[in-house]
Design a protein around this ligand. Structure first.
Ligand SMILES: [Fe+2]
Length: 207
């Protein structure tokens, strides 16, 4: 079978997981498919054997700043699916950002505080000014994960609270590092175009 899918981490574990994801997505809408994938994703977070140390290291050149790394594990040829690890050093925080895709996001190592934001009533997604309310504060331990179904839970920031870097695993329905999304400035509500890039692979030519 011809495919330009990229497996940066090319192991049987990852290929089997992605095959399962594709099978579920082929047989149900994304929200139902993600629900069906909960057990497999929980297994992935519980298994400390499959993710190499390289994918659990911060990066000084990461597009999110503060030493934060985005290590691509897999992405689909069509740009409609990616699997990656996000590494946030101790004490560091991501900018407030969105993802613009459905997905599964869970903690693999370390601990995080997460603040989830919502645009204030009346704000439209296409406005550059999108004032935010903090609607949820979560403390995440390894194994904790959530189903992301935008707009619910799509805007957040995370801070590592453990003495070691936090590592979270993301399965998202886009080429997350390469799509243009947004960061948000809480002080004045400004929204900025944002592309995080990947720490280990360039983005493809823009379409
Ligand atoms: Fe995020």
């Amino acid at each position: 079978m011809m495919s330009n899918d990229e497996y940066l981490l090319d192991t049987l574990r990852i290929r089997q997981f992605i095959s399962l994801v594709r099978a579920k997505l082929a047989s149900a809408p994304p929200a139902a498919a993600l629900e069906a994938l909960r057990p497999a994703f929980a297994d992935l977070l519980a298994d400390q054997e499959w993710l190499p140390d390289d994918y659990q290291q911060p990066s000084v050149t990461g597009g999110m700043g503060s030493g934060i790394a985005t290590w691509l594990i897999y992405r689909a040829a069509e740009g409609d699916l990616s699997l990656f690890s996000l590494v946030v050093p101790p004490g560091a925080s991501t900018p407030i950002h969105d993802h613009l895709a459905w997905g599964l996001v869970g903690l693999y190592a370390g601990e995080q505080d997460e603040i989830v934001y919502q645009q204030q009533a009346g704000e439209q997604a296409d406005q550059s000014d999108a004032r935010l309310d903090a609607v949820e504060h979560n403390h995440l331990h390894p194994g904790d994960f959530y189903v992301l179904t935008p707009p619910m839970g799509d805007i957040h920031s995370v801070t590592t609270t453990s003495p070691v870097a936090s590592v979270s695993i993301h399965l998202l329905g886009n080429d997350t590092g390469c799509v243009w999304r947004h960061t948000y400035d809480l002080a004045d509500g400004a929204r900025h175009p944002f592309r995080s890039g990947w720490s280990n692979v360039p983005c493809r030519k823009e379409t």
